[in-house]
Write a new protein. Structure first.
Ligand code: GDP
Ligand code: MG
Length: 453
């Protein structure tokens, strides 16, 4: 039986500094669906929003002449800054592309810079939304219009202001090693990052963001988006939730193949691999059917890419970010081994002498280690979870005192570790704690360079 390969919907993650407009941007994209009941409607998935290609072209961005073979875009609705690194697939990031939102008036902030570094390390294509353009003094709103149309309606002073702000971003991006330009002046996506001025409040520039994403998908990833639609389902767990009448459920982003009711599935728990069987697959009900008693609609099968709720027995203890794989044609042991490897194998090159690193999730640990590697800082041990007393003692015995440090990203330091650190025998050990990777690295480097003198 010939397996047909199709191009699946690329998965898009929204990143950026807090309050710069990530949630608003997604809300606005989703909001456009309410006005339309036509073919190609934007639909709510579990943990995601699907914008089909028809909806993208209907909105009519500046690049709408590109030949389109991508079926649409699936936006992940994850709250929280570190979603990108937490959500892994195949040892890399789950998201195929990203939007980095930056407040055009405020410019880059620590989490913007961190997002860019992560995207560089994962080689993920992205577009910059230079958001809140409507806040520029004197801006005249042209609801939902593509950027160039609304830009043409602004007076010279406002236009000049937009240009200045965009060039400030270009400069900052250049400092970080990226070439960038306002999107309408970019002819080669491989050489330049596109900056699109947007307003999540008025919808201006959003058609262009969507079109740039489609362009990136076509340019960079039509090969990697080829899937065998009838192959066994593979996905990443976004959230583990108890639902009334359903018991424990998984919110899953399916990125490959098809998942069916009755499929045997393998997923990772806190301390063991869990094998179970799909009892039901649930989609959110469309808005129009909101009065129906049941919140979810049951489906028999679902094909990637999609957001779906999975109900099954034995889901207690499944970890968010875990891979989920369906078993087909008796390759059960192989699938179990695959899932085990995906959770355990983090791509960190360990050295005999180096710092000890800790993070809250596997993906976060990997992101931190990649950045350390870029700074030629060696890592001796990398583990998920809070900093323990044992970590402090181990750091205390490292031969090179310049590495007697623990870097804790997004994870607490346990009280007995604090006690151990207070011991005079450990006075040469330092712990660096925080939620922004490059600040942690800056702090460590400053400490190390002081010690060197
Ligand atoms: P997030 O933390 O990045 O998800 O940011 P939010 O989407 O929650 O937005 C933070 C605040 O900025 C909210 O009060 C939004 O209403 C406001 N906001 C977001 N985007 C825009 C925009 O394009 N224009 C204006 N004027 N306000 C915006
Ligand atoms: Mg938000």
């Amino acid at each position: 039986m010939a397996k047909e390969s199709t191009i699946r919907t690329p998965i898009v993650c929204v990143m950026g500094h807090v309050d710069h407009g990530k949630t608003s941007l997604l809300d606005r994209i989703r909001g456009s669906s309410v006005v339309s009941t036509e073919e190609g409607e934007i639909t709510q998935h579990i943990g995601a929003t699907l914008v089909p290609i028809d909806a993208v072209t209907r909105m009519g961005g500046a690049l709408s002449k590109v030949s389109v073979n991508v079926p649409g875009l699936l936006f992940i609705d994850t709250p929280g800054h570190h979603a990108f690194t937490t959500l892994r697939a195949r040892g890399g990031a789950l998201a195929d592309m990203a939007i980095v939102v930056v407040d055009i008036n405020e410019g880059f902030r620590p989490q913007t810079i961190e997002a860019l570094q992560i995207l560089r390390n994962y080689k993920t294509p992205f577009v910059i939304a230079a958001n809140k353009v409507d806040r520029i003094h004197g801006w005249r709103v042209q609801e939902n219009q593509p950027f160039l149309k609304t830009f043409a309606q602004q007076n010279e002073r406002v236009q000049g202001m937009v240009e200045t702000k965009v060039y400030e971003l270009v400069g900052k991006l250049s400092d970080l090693g990226f070439n960038s330009e306002r999107f309408d002046r970019v002819s080669d996506f491989a050489r330049n990052i596109c900056i699109v001025p947007t307003s999540a409040l008025t919808g201006e520039g959003l058609p262009d963001i969507l079109m740039v994403l489609i362009g990136l998908a076509q340019r960079y990833m039509t090969e990697s988006l080829k899937v065998s639609a009838d192959g066994p389902g593979a996905g990443t767990v976004l959230e583990v939730k108890e639902e009334r009448g359903l018991g424990m459920t998984l919110d899953l982003i399916l990125y490959d193949g098809t998942l069916k009711v009755g499929d045997e599935i393998v997923v990772a728990g806190n301390d063991q691999i869990i094998e179970t069987k799909v009892r039901s697959l649930l989609k959110p009900r469309p808005m129009s059917e909101i009065l129906i008693e049941e919140r979810f609609e049951r489906v028999k099968s679902v094909t990637a890419a999609a957001g779906i709720k999975v109900a099954a027995p034995k889901l207690d203890g499944v970890i968010a970010g875990s891979p989920l794989r369906a078993v087909r044609s008796g390759n059960r042991d192989e699938v179990i081994e695959q899932v085990r490897r995906e959770v355990q194998d983090i791509e960190v090159n360990l050295s005999d002498v180096g710092v000890i690193i800790r993070a809250d999730t596997i993906g976060a640990l990997e992101a931190l280690s990649k950045e350390l590697e870029g700074h030629q800082i060696q890592v001796m041990r990398a583990t998920v979870g809070p900093v323990t007393r044992h970590d402090v003692i181990e750091a205390g015995t490292i031969k090179d005192p310049l590495y007697s440090a623990i870097i804790a990203f997004n994870t607490p330091v346990l009280p007995d570790a604090v006690d151990a650190l207070a011991d005079t025998a450990m006075s040469h050990v330092s712990i660096f704690e925080g939620g922004v990777i490059y600040q942690l690295i800056d702090d460590y480097v400053e400490w190390r360079d002081e010690k060197k003198q």
